[in-house]
Design a protein around this ligand. Structure first.
Ligand code: SF4
Length: 443
């Protein structure tokens, strides 16, 4: 059980003696080792991996081996699974079991990329978020399953972990820092950046809530790395926006505006909804929107910006346009939290002299692509995005990244020339990969 600071204080004031997670883990290891050292024979089964690198043996096993060596134990006998089988019999520690090797069954991926259904008019949405629109353009089949048919994994399987969890944590740190420094007198956060101590204090406060696994034993190095990176990165974020004279005037700003799509079956008005990470204003009141990304790629977002395919930024600029009828569209950019860098045309933020993105063109291309995908669904067809892309380029499902990248670049250029946009589908995190045939025992 992990307690947060307030809970720890409440428990201590009630007389509880709390030990920290490292001490607790140490006690568990000591108890387990004491028990195992008294055993005459210990059989440890180490899990293997079929497609991945096997993990190293557990720390407990390493401790046990070294403790038993001190007891004068000759050493471990390691057996591979195959070495335990003779003929049709598996033997270990005097126990025998008959074994048989089942015949190889080769499953084939589904042949048809598209899913056909009678008519899909009833599946058309009333409401679309930016994320759903991006999914719809990248993989209409994925959108159909997730948003139109509501086929979802259990909530527990969707608990964020890894980079997604850290991204959520750092977004929350930014939001909290802006809120606690908010000055109604200026309608936003002061231009003075927060100190490293302020960032650390908010980070420490939010870890138990957003990324409690960083507090688990064995995660101290990762926690320290995420902390140091967050402090460095947010220092750059706040100092950079202050230097550019941009005051943060909102975080996680929700919007909802009607959007009319010229579908083949007749114009359809939906609610387009979303939330902008950071709204900023310069001294003249001109808006800028910055989207925060915890991404390890340093080129992906620069490429999207420069090719005008950063449709997320375009949708945020469109939303501001709807709210304020701007003469000039809002300025847009990304801040890459992992690298601590801006991707923007404003040279005070990003010195790479980028040409400002044409957000209105990008938004029009996005809405055309959404319209095309919805027309297909209304006619009863949903295409599996990545599979379609690979088949179009004559590539197998397990084509190397470089070839898939080239195929996607080609698809993006083709879509651009048709006034549309191509979006990569996120198959690596898709829950539907077995349904469309992107994964499974096909190789
Ligand atoms: S795995 Fe990829 S192609 Fe298949 S449904 Fe998901 S996003 Fe679409």
């Amino acid at each position: 059980m992990q307690w947060d600071q307030a809970e720890r204080e409440a428990l201590r004031s009630g007389g509880a003696h709390l030990i920290d997670p490292e001490q607790l883990a140490g006690l568990h290891v000591d108890a387990a080792l004491r028990g195992l050292r008294t055993a005459g024979q210990v059989i440890a089964v180490l899990p293997g991996r079929r497609l991945e690198k096997p993990p190293p043996p557990s720390g407990l096993l390493a401790h046990l081996e070294s403790a038993r060596r001190q007891d004068g134990w000759p050493g471990a006998h390691r057996h591979s699974p195959e070495s335990l089988i003779t003929g049709g019999t598996w033997t270990l520690g005097g126990v025998e079991l008959p074994v048989r090797v089942p015949g190889l069954v080769r499953a084939e991926p589904p042949e048809h990329l598209h899913r056909q259904f009678a008519t899909g008019a009833h599946l058309l949405p009333q409401r679309l978020s930016f994320t759903a629109a991006q999914t719809l353009v990248g993989c209409p089949l994925h959108w159909l399953l997730q948003h139109a048919l509501d086929v979802r994994t259990a909530d527990v399987a969707a608990l964020p972990t890894g980079d997604r969890m850290i991204g959520t944590l750092v977004h929350a740190v930014v939001e909290q820092l802006v809120q606690q420094r908010w000055d109604d007198g200026v309608g936003g956060a002061p231009l003075r950046p927060p100190t490293d101590e302020e960032i650390t204090s908010v980070f420490d406060r939010l870890v138990p809530q957003f990324a409690s696994e960083l507090d688990l034993p064995g995660h101290a190095a990762q926690r320290a790395d995420v902390h140091d990176r967050t402090v460095r990165s947010l220092r750059t974020l706040f100092a950079g926006t202050a230097r550019a004279g941009l005051r943060i005037t909102g975080t996680e700003v929700r919007f909802s505006h009607p959007l009319t799509l010229p579908l083949a079956g007749g114009a359809r008005t939906i609610e387009f909804v979303g939330s902008r990470d950071l709204d900023l204003r310069d001294a003249s009141g001109r808006p800028t929107v910055i989207d925060l990304k915890w991404s390890r790629s340093r080129t992906r977002y620069g490429d999207l910006y420069e090719t005008g395919d950063a449709v997320q930024l375009a949708s945020y600029a469109w939303a501001l346009d709807q709210a304020e009828s701007l003469a000039e569209p809002a300025q847009v950019g990304y801040f890459l939290l992992h690298a601590g860098e801006f991707v923007a045309a404003d040279r005070e933020l990003d010195p790479r002299r980028r040409t400002p993105m044409d957000v209105r063109d990008s938004w029009e291309r996005l809405t055309r692509s959404v319209t095309t995908a919805l027309d297909q669904i209304a006619e009863g067809t949903a295409v599996a995005g990545r599979r379609s892309l690979l088949d179009g380029a004559n590539l197998p499902l397990d084509a190397p990244y470089s070839k898939r990248r080239r195929a996607l670049d080609g698809a993006r250029a083709a879509a651009r020339s048709e006034g549309q946009v191509a979006v990569d589908s996120y198959c690596a995190t898709s829950e539907y990969a077995q349904l469309c045939g992107m994964t499974g025992d096909f190789r």
